[in-house]
Each structure stands twice: as C-alpha cells, then as structure tokens.
Design a protein around this ligand. Structure first.
Ligand SMILES: Cc1cc2nc3c(=O)[nH]c(=O)nc-3n(C[C@H](O)[C@H](O)[C@H](O)COP(=O)(O)O)c2cc1C
Length: 377
C-alpha cells in the first residue's frame, strides 16, 4: 500500500467541468467556486465556439493560496493557476488543472457493455482539448446494478482490450507529459438502479437500508420512482464485502488497461452516496449509526484498492457536499467525511459535487452532446 502523507488535491486545485450554478454549500467546502471560469469551461467542453467574453480577475483567497502547494506565485489569476501543472500525492503530474468531469456517455447498446467505436471517437475528440485530467463517464462495477441502460460495465479479463483502446484514445496521439491523466470513474448504482433492466424484475436493487426511492418533486414522480425502482434490499455484511471486492477488481482492470487512476463515485445518490447519507443509511452496525460508520465502506474501498494497485496509481473520490433533500447529508457531515478520508490517506483527488436523483433538478441534463460529438457532428 502506498504511503500518502500529503494532502489530496481538491477543487481548490482544479477546475472540474461541467458544474451546476454556484451554491453556498460548494463555496463553504471548496473555499471558492470561480463560477465564470467554470461556466466558460463548460461551454468549451461542449465544443461550442463561444469566445471568452470576460474573466474576472480573481485573487486566490488565503484558504486557496495555502492549498496551492505547487503554485509558486500566489498572485496569479485563476486562469494562470489553471494552466499550472499539479503533482498528485501518488507522484503523477497533471499537465494543467482543467478536468473533464465524468459524463455518462449512453453509447453502449441497451443492457450495457464495453466501449465501442463511438466511445473511441468521443475520447479521441476530448484528448485534443488540452485537458489536465480526463475522467470517463461512470463504469459500473456490477452489471446487475447499472443506472440508465447504455452503461459501460466492468468485464472479465478476456474482454479488456476495448478498455485498453479507450485509455489510449483518451491519452491522445502524444502520450507524453503534456497528455491528460486518464481516470476511469467506477460506480455501483445501488437503489438508483431500475428494476428489470439488467436483472429479473423481482430482484431488488441494493442499498444500506430498505429505503425506497422517493421524490420531492410531487406525487407523480414519487409513484413513478416506486414503480421503476421498487424497494431495495438492505445489504448484508457479505454483500458489502462483495462490493468492496468489486470496486477493487475494477480498479485493477483500470490499472491493467492503461488508465492512470480511478475515481470512486460516492456522490449523486448512487450506492456509496446512500451509505454516506443519514437519509438512506439507517444501519446500526459498523457501516452506519454515525458519520464514521456511514463513511466506512468508502474507507474500506480506498484501502482495498490501495493494496491492489501500485502507489503510483491515482485514486480519486467524488463526494456530495450535500444531498439537497430532507434529512439528507448536510455540509457539516460532508466536511467530516472529507476529513476522515483525508486522514486515512491513499486518496489523490477529492472532487466535490452534490445532489441525488431524488432531487433530479439538482443534477445536470442528459448526455445528448456526447452522442453528437461521438457521431462526428
Ligand atoms: C451529460 C452529463 C453526464 C454526466 N454523467 C456523470 C457521470 O457519469 N458521473 C458523475 O459523477 N457525474 C456525471 N455528471 C455530473 C457532472 O460530472 C457534474 O458533477 C455535474 O455536471 C455537476 O457539476 P458539479 O459536480 O460541479 O455540481 C454528468 C453531467 C452531465 C452534464
């Protein structure tokens, strides 16, 4: 296991796009949201030719400056800082601080599968964009618990060649120091996995507790959620061990197929996010009860991945700063979770996001643009 005493990189060091409009919860956890820069980058990442209209000259806050260990000139503007390389605790260097955020591509055939020619073209296009880090859309560690139906899934070793090719496409034609770091985002949809798509309709989804999907957007949405998602099964300790193992084996696949690292998806109401939230985790055992218990599965996964991959492999986590729903994760607990993950060590990047699909309005729009980029128009 790699010894990683240094602080992981956070949103203070990176601009991750796309993102929602700034929210006070982000500001509190990130220290800054640099909204104009991020919005412009979101436009760029969608391939539109909108010129830069205006960059506010933003001096780094004192919190931000102290986190900029790799930046020599604390007086740099936001844009200058974004151009600087950043050395991660694992030793890898991102050539700049622009991150292509994970975006579900919806490009496999129905039922999920490995990357195909559309993914390859899409990532070749992105590799030309000058990103510091490219994070794939979520790749599901268990094909039975996918999200929307055209998902990338982790496959047996004999079928890893497509992932090898995807890693090469994301790096681009010049895989030197100026090429982006490539991270595979790993996910388990948990209770946000619709029934009957990938498993028999009577087989429930998995969650820390048997709390069904709900919606704060009206009774019609709630009824639809109950119909499509059903009541999840409360996971046993054996189920939890299996999930830890699945994330670990998936990280090994990412390593063996040439990715620089993985991002563990612990946000947006998917399985790990439901463990971290008091709204959905009602357990009384070691994996619930308090903030420490609710964070344990994530800490176990990080430790297990670290044992299975070389210390030079990047491990990132994506966390919610808040669920934005009644009884959900709040900012204080989210901060405590960030502290715990940092204290355990082994993580290179902490990406802060927010919201769940129970609060669908808080999460961004469907991946139509990815398809049109992949199809070359
Ligand atoms: C088309 C599209 C697909 C997305 N797919 C994913 C995904 O696969 N994994 C993920 O973590 N986030 C996904 N997101 C969310 C973004 O990565 C990002 O978190 C979101 O746009 C909100 O920004 P914020 O996290 O800064 O609030 C997607 C967003 C969009 C627009």
């Amino acid at each position: 296991m790699g010894k990683l005493p240094k602080s992981p990189a956070t949103r203070l060091d990176f601009a991750v796009v796309p993102r929602l409009d700034p929210d006070p919860a982000y500001k509190r956890i990130n220290g800054t949201t640099t909204p104009t820069v991020l919005r412009w980058l979101a436009i760029q990442s969608c391939g539109w030719q909108t010129p830069i209209a205006h960059f506010p000259h933003q001096q780094p806050t004192s919190e931000m400056a102290s986190a900029q260990q790799n930046v020599e000139h604390a007086e740099m503007s936001s844009v200058d800082i974004l151009r600087q390389p950043l050395k991660l605790p694992c030793g890898l260097v991102a050539p700049n601080r622009l991150v292509k955020a994970a975006m579900y591509e919806a490009l496999t055939s129905f039922g999920g599968g490995p990357p195909n020619s559309l993914h390859f073209r899409l990532y070749e296009t992105w590799s030309e964009g000058g990103w510091g880090v490219i994070i794939t859309g979520n790749v599901f560690v268990d094909p039975r618990y996918q999200a929307l139906g055209q998902d990338l899934i982790v496959l047996p070793k004999a079928k890893w060649d497509e992932y090898r090719h995807l890693a090469r496409c994301a790096k681009g034609p010049n895989p030197g120091p100026s090429a982006p770091l490539t991270l595979m985002q790993l996910n388990h949809a948990g209770r946000q996995s619709m029934r009957s798509n990938f498993r028999p309709p009577w087989s429930p989804s998995l969650a820390p507790s048997a709390v069904p999907m709900d919606s704060e957007e009206g009774w019609l949405a709630t009824m639809a959620y109950h119909t499509f998602y059903g009541v999840p099964k409360e996971m046993t300790l054996k189920d939890i061990d299996t999930v830890v193992q699945q994330f670990t084996e998936s990280a090994v696949m990412a390593y063996e197929t040439g990715f620089d690292g993985v991002e563990i998806h612990c946000a947006h109401g998917y399985l790990l996010s439901t463990f971290m939230s008091p709204r959905t985790n009602r357990r009384k055992d070691a994996y619930g009860g308090n903030t420490k218990g609710r964070t344990k599965i994530v800490l176990d996964i990080i430790a297990s991945i670290r044992k299975a991959v070389p210390p030079t492999f990047c491990v990132a986590v994506k966390l919610n700063c808040k669920d934005f729903g009644k009884g959900g994760l709040n900012e204080d607990e989210a901060l405590e979770q960030v502290r715990m993950i940092h204290q355990q060590g082994g993580v290179d990047i902490i990406e802060i996001s927010g919201g769940t699909y129970e609060m669908a309005g808080k999460i961004s729009s469907p991946p139509l643009r990815a398809r049109s980029l992949a199809e070359g128009h």
